[in-house]
Each structure stands twice: as C-alpha cells, then as structure tokens.
Design a protein around this ligand. Structure first.
Ligand SMILES: Nc1ncnc2c1ncn2[C@@H]1O[C@H](COP(=O)(O)OP(=O)(O)OP(=O)(O)O)[C@@H](O)[C@H]1O
Ligand SMILES: [Mg+2]
Length: 236
C-alpha cells in the first residue's frame, strides 16, 4: 500500500472535523475523494501532509508511520501536494516555481529532466516560463501548482480540486494531463467537490460527508448507490 489512513480523527480547535477516516491508495492507483463543500476534503489532504495532526489514528506512507512528521519531511519522502489555492510563489517566474521543487528533493532524475517532464505534461506553461507567478491566469496557476508537485519527482501526488474554477473547455485538458502523470506510474489522490469532474480513469473513490467516509468503492458502485449519489450529486 502506498498510503494508508487508519481511523484518523482530526480536530480544528474544538471542532471534530474528521471522524475515523480510513483511506487507502495503492501503487499507481488513481483515487478520488469526493465531497460537498465543507465535507473535509482539504482537511484530509492537509492531515496527510502534516499541516494538521490527528488526535488519534495513523497515517502510513510506503509502510512508514508519518503521523508525527513535519510537512517538509513528508514532502521529502515523496508526496507532492498541489493545494486548493495553488499557492505558487508570486515573486518567482513560472520556471523558477517548477525548478524549486528540484532543489529540495533529490532523486535519480536530473533537474533538467524533471522540468522537461513537467513541461511535456503542461505544454502551455513553457510559453510563459519567464512570467512571474502573478502574471498568469487562475487556470495556469492550477497547472503550475501540479507541475511543481510533479517536479518533486514524487511517488504520489495529492491534488486538491484541480478543476475548480476552470472553464469547461480546459477541464478535459487538465484531466488528460493528470492521466499522463498517472501513466508515468505516480499514485494520485484527487479531492473533488463536483462529481461530474471525476476523471473517467479513476480506479476507486471515497465519498466524505461531514467528516465521515460514507462510501468507498469503484465508480460503478457509486452510480448504483442512490442515497450517496443524492448527497454528492443533489439528485438521483
Ligand atoms: N481553520 C479552520 N477553522 C475552523 N474550521 C475550519 C477551518 N478549516 C476548515 N474548517 C471546517 O472544517 C470543515 C471541513 O473543511 P474542509 O476545508 O476540509 O472542506 P472541503 O471538503 O475541502 O470543502 P471545499 O469543497 O469547500 O474546499 C468545514 O466545516 C470547515 O468549516
Ligand atoms: Mg477544500
């Protein structure tokens, strides 16, 4: 198992946000975490990255207990994170934003190769390589955030709402880029609030509602679960 969350309980101040959450992501697997706004998707990803500490339960990455690790340690183990708000470095150029990931985590792939790989997945970014982080569009920032996470040369990627706020024309393009990343052999955990954005190459999904996992299984199984569908899609 690549990633294993076992019965994690996470509090933000006095609020019990995640309740006994269990999630597994296998090697080379694409897993989607679906849930309405406020359901707990970002909290789950931030807990995996070590920005929030579970009150109980355990998080294992490639067999290693990482529950008490700091975010930078978790990143260095090989989890790339593209946060919901992209959070790219505004003062750096888009190229530097990608390169920075190659300085922090050293792998067998050279920095040049990793930058080349990121551009091969997101060709539009190469055209804007000299622009500052503030001089690109919201959709390009989403791409840059994923490209930066990919340039870490990670074993696994956590993507928080990669399709949020994108025009319908761009969504299939980004989905195709994520598919390419998956085909390179990276495991992917993708958080998504819009069930219609769940990529068709998703292997398994989890549905989270009010901090609890209420469904786990194959996409076909979710389509048959009318009660859960009503919660995430609004209608049956
Ligand atoms: N810093 C915070 N302080 C207090 N409550 C918080 C904080 N961050 C998140 N929460 C609460 O935790 C719950 C889960 O939030 P989270 O951001 O994980 O949801 P989400 O599924 O990512 O939603 P969205 O689709 O809107 O991004 C929500 O009820 C939210 O109000
Ligand atoms: Mg969120």
């Amino acid at each position: 198992m690549m990633l294993e969350l076992k019965d994690i309980n996470v509090f933000i101040k006095a609020s019990h946000i995640l309740q006994n959450v269990n999630i597994e992501v296998g090697e080379k697997e694409v897993v989607c975490l679906i849930g309405r706004n406020g359901a707990g998707k970002t909290t789950t990803l931030r807990s995996i990255m070590g920005f929030l500490k579970p009150e109980s339960g355990s998080i294992k990455f490639m067999g290693k207990e990482i529950t008490e690790f700091f975010p930078h340690e978790i990143a260095l183990l090989g989890i790339g994170f593209a946060p919901e708000e992209s959070e790219i470095f505004a003062d750096l150029t888009t190229l530097e934003n990608i390169e920075i990931a190659t300085w922090t985590r050293k792998t067998s792939r050279s920095a040049e190769e990793r930058v080349r790989l990121a551009y091969s997945v997101f060709p539009p970014l190469e055209r804007y390589k000299a622009r500052k982080g503030t001089q690109i569009s919201g959709g390009e920032r989403k791409m840059l955030s994923i490209a930066r996470a990919l340039a870490m040369d990670p074993h696994m990627l956590l993507l928080d709402e990669s399709f949020e706020g994108l025009s319908p024309a761009i969504i299939p393009q980004i989905a195709e880029s994520i598919h390419e990343i998956a085909k390179m052999g990276h495991s992917i955990l993708l958080a998504e609030s819009n069930i219609y954005h769940v990529p068709d190459f998703t292997d398994r999904l989890y549905v989270i509602e009010r901090g609890e996992i209420i469904f786990s299984g194959k996409p076909e199984g979710l389509m048959k679960d009318k009660a859960v569908l009503k919660i995430v899609a609004g209608a049956t």
